[in-house]
Design a protein around this ligand. Sequence first.
Ligand code: SF4
Ligand code: SF4
Length: 360
Amino acid sequence: MTINHQTSAPSDKPKFSELLAYPDVKARWEKVRKYFFLRESTYDMSNRCNIRCDGCYYYEGDKQFARENGSPEDWRALMQAEKTRGITYVVLAGAEPSLVPALLEVCYAEMPLGSIATNGFKKIPESVGYKIHISVWGNDETSYQVRKAKNLLKKQIENYANDPRAVFVYTFTRENIDEVQAVAAELVASGCKLTFNVFSSPVGYAGPLRHDRESLLTTRKAMIALLKQYPEHVLFSVYNAVAHTSEKALHDLYNCSYPRCNPSQDIGLGRSFRQYRTDLNWDRSVACCVPDTDCDDCRHYAAGSAVVTARLYRHVGSLQAFKSWLDYVDTYLAVWVMGYDKGENLCREEIEPPPVVRRR
Ligand code: SF4
Ligand code: SF4
């Protein structure tokens, strides 16, 4: 994670030491700050997928046409070079990484911290010790309609129940909000952990999955209700719900710091982040964790994990804001880092995301 120092707290707000005078806050701060060394980049592993979903951002733009480099030695060399330039965390994605298990093994051998985004249809070998994010887009009937995959949830649970690597990521679209209760109940009954994502339209997408103001509010309610109902299984916080279901998207709320939105190469993601395509090339002008997503509609959980966590200094203006930020970071680490356990959330209030405060 990268803390951005471009903003600071106004002087009439509590001092940082006053916020840390609360033992629960101090303990959480000490817990999360150990991970400030994380520096991510993302890698498309394969240009193939074993299903085809409506609204998939991988099959938008140029990246889908990149040649697939299947050479383990080239991937090993890339991972070694990434380590040398300071990358400590890899996100292996697009299109479907489970189709290239040998490359996943190579990445894991070189770079032990990371995660894989998969549709969960084909199990990733247990020897690959990354977090595994399994995408769920509704119940099996909806999955069949939108993703053309039969009995997908059943298959995903069969592959990943009781697997400490697995986090099921339920993506709320405009059309599947009322299905989440039953899906969550099924996942919880199988002992699975889950978190939430919000469908973020690919550039040019205007289809039925795109959220509107009403669906965002309903999504927020559903998220918070499930968080209360299944606190042991749902990796989320009230502030996560607020950040990802506001009418304004993440870039408007927090100033996205990925290169695609951020010309500065001085510090943080603008300097270190790269998004490699399957041919092992990258292009700064389109680099972010969800390329070809419409920035005006971006509420993606992967984007928030970098964009919100970077805004520490915007959240030190009040105790509730700082607690909310700590909950967000604690959630992010529990979802993305093997062996990190989610703590009890510190703030149950819905706060407004604090506005930008510029240095004088
Ligand atoms: S599983 Fe993922 S990569 Fe494959 S088509 Fe669906 S959204 Fe795209
Ligand atoms: S799509 Fe999201 S993460 Fe990517 S540049 Fe736009 S706002 Fe940032």
